[in-house]
Design a protein around this ligand. Sequence first.
Ligand code: PRX
Length: 655
Amino acid sequence: MSHIESILHENRSFHPHPEFQASANVAGPEHHQSLLEQAAADHTGFWAELARQHIDWHKPFTQVLDESQAPFYRWFYDGELNVSVNCIDRHLAQHANRTALIFEADDGTVNRVTYQQLHDQVSQLGNALRRQGVRKGDRVIIYMPMSVEAVVAMQACARIGAIHSVVFGGFSAKSLGERIADAQACLVITADAGFRGGKTIALKPVVDEALNMPATDCVRHVVVYQRARHPVNMVENRDIWWQDFIAGMPSVCEPEWMNAEDPLFILYTSGSTGTPKGVQHSSGGYLLGAIMSMHWVFDAKPASDVFWCTADVGWITGHSYVAYGPLALGMTEVIFEGIPTWPDAGRFWRMIQDHKVTTFYTAPTAIRSLIKLGADLPRQYDLSSLRLLGTVGEPINPEAWVWFHEEVGHSRCPIVDTWWQTETGSHMIAPVPGALHTKPGSCTRPLPGIHADVVDEQGNSLPHGEGGYLVIRRPFPSQLRTLWNNPERFRATYFPAELGGTTYLAGDSAHRDQEGYFWIMGRIDDVLNVSGHRLGTMEIESALVSHPAVAEAAVVGKPHDVKGEAIVAFVVLKGPRPEGEEAARLSAELRNWVGQEIGAIAKPDEIRFGDNLPKTRSGKIMRRLLRTLAKGGEIDQDVSTLENPAILQQLSVAG
Ligand code: PRX
């Protein structure tokens, strides 16, 4: 671990505003401390009590945690519930007419949906899915634009016990097809197209192409929501319009009672191999994590807050803090179809003003790009409704943090920098904003009931100040249960034998400062974080190598001032190394190729061609050297094991 050193020295700290603190759900350090102590004294009892208080159980659980098959943990495992009932029905008695969703379309059109209306739409779709033969445990793929219907689709699956797998609308046909095949889905829910930044983004044609791929004949039906009047080809007996699908369906739908451990969804994410992992979440534990983090970290006030998480439902953030968490608390939330920079870079600030948003949760990459496009733009809008800000997905640099605090939060709103992952389901390390002071760039301290630690290769806890592996030592309710179809990969990736087999290895490095605050330093595996999106270097490499002209490829990240990380690909062709215009033409071709293989988010920012890659004598690519070259740095590392030192000179020149 000696090479993991912290280079960040940030000393500023910000205390909760007294007004905020006075009304906070966890008001002050003593309250926070007492939660931490309760959790420490009785880990399972602490979570059990919260699960009883915050979830409506159809059949209450009597068992809390089963560790007998560790690391395949089970929580609340004789309890029964339905997640959609917890997100919708339980609010109807008192708040049927409360707005659940405020949807703002790309063109600015606004549509509001009350809890009663949401209930009716979810029930209709749930009934229609059942009529089509979709049963508990069946997999349904959702490939939709940001829309009310995307949330309805997820909730309808939850209602009938189908396992949804949402695929981000920016993924290519190939990525979609692979996920359909891996999940063996029986039905796909999509739209003709969506709108983003004034452009029409076709979706149904991508589904058609995906369904031509091998092992996708499991799909019997495709339900198509008509969003854009985009011309599409409807396949007879397979494809059906959403409107026709739900026509005449009753707006009452008996929920499927699910065991707490029944899977709620699968969400594919990148790892260090070429194939994405199907992260599988439970019903009960996952829901509890989403609820408690809404309460502790977002300080949720359902009656008065307007909550806005800008994430797409294609990512975990859009699951926990768009589709489930806010609804489980009965909140009013904003959903946005478009992009932050269209029609201009004031879009977010205007929407905060128009919808009187109180809680605004976004990604550092969005903040950095908006600073660049108009650091003083927020001043043109009334942002006085805001009371809490949050960030997620990547480390936030202190400059962006301070700008967000001053220009958007008017030095009044706490910022919650939330560290978590697809796999953890909900926030793990994050400020409890009425209790903790914050420091720009630190996600502060683990939440109550989360035993995070920083350890060396043997799993020994490291002293404060030393960098090491970020782990979570005790099981927690919202953690992934397994990887779909791949329990062995689950065990090997997250619970390595070297750490004892029961400690969760997050895949990040971190250190703690003298106060015990956590600072995330980056990934320890071959995973890049581009604009807050996780991308495996191996996935991009496999995509490049599948191009007929490419013999070999290695992909690394380099720091980027807006995106956090940019993708640099080192490529060896089967033919001679291209130069000049030919190199430019091939670069463009390979970028598009990766766009088609994976999706536009994975296109390399830069491609460098070489006659070879730097390798050890045993043939292993020396990625650390490539990382240095990508940054434009001088190689001062030990290259004595390098087979072909001359290659470094060739690859050091940016294309
Ligand atoms: O490296 C960490 C980074 O994002 C990874 C998880 O990515 P994903 O599963 O796509 O989930 C993103 C949304 C939860 C982590 O392993 N990451 C996430 N949040 C932070 C972060 N890095 C630093 N600070 C954060 N707040």
